[in-house]
Design a protein around this ligand. Sequence first.
Ligand code: CIR
Length: 264
Amino acid sequence: MSFSIHFTHAITRRPAASIVRGLRAVDTGNPDLALMQAHHDTYIATLRETGATVIELPPLENFPDSVFVEDTALCLPQGAVVMRPGAPSRLGEAAEMVPHLRALYGQVVEISGAGSFIEGGDILVTEREILVGRSARTNGAGIAELTALVTPWGHTVREVHTPPGVLHFKTDCSLLDVDTVLSTRRLSASGCFAGYRVIDVAEGEEAAANTIRFNGLVLMPAGFPRTRDTIAAAGFDVREIGNSECAKLDGGMSCLSLRFTPPA
Ligand code: CIR
């Protein structure tokens, strides 16, 4: 089994009513909570369809962006690493995740330096390495701490760059299988995926790049037909999930879950 695409578990968190105060790069209006919840329900049902156990955590009103659980931790086969989100309003979300990780993992370690910042959205785990994008949320000290924590577990960390103006590294890419990455052209043009097979999203469909490969399925945001057809033609079983409300807050498929297989 490949640890980068096969998972027995996922953790999600229900969106809070405070989601209307969620962070966004450009204000295109507030998300509709009921519609977001409906999309979230479909997302969870799709993860469960693969046979995985999905742990649904309750909403956290004090943290408007807490539905985006991916940014709070990195879950690897050997242990979990608690992140230090670079957005001040999100820093406390990481501590909220700790007890849930401790219930599943023997080893839970934390990024702890006062000047270290790193969010899960900047981390792409492939079968051979962990790519971490420096961004407005993730700095060199955060990447250095992560490297020191996961190197003893046998992982290699490679620092890469997030395109200017893009929230997270993974806003612009995702893993489709152990050798294949879906990417925007502006990111793949940097050469950071040399050695991988790269499928570029269609021109004008950059928001389709954040998908997740979860067991036998690829979950992608609805509304990007040319990219959907390209992924399907490459042989993947694609499911489109409504993402209109999360997109207002720069969120997508990967942000909404932690995906992992806890140690036996
Ligand atoms: C934020 O700005 O932090 C949230 N509104 C969106 C987080 C998206 N998370 C992700 O891409 N992993």
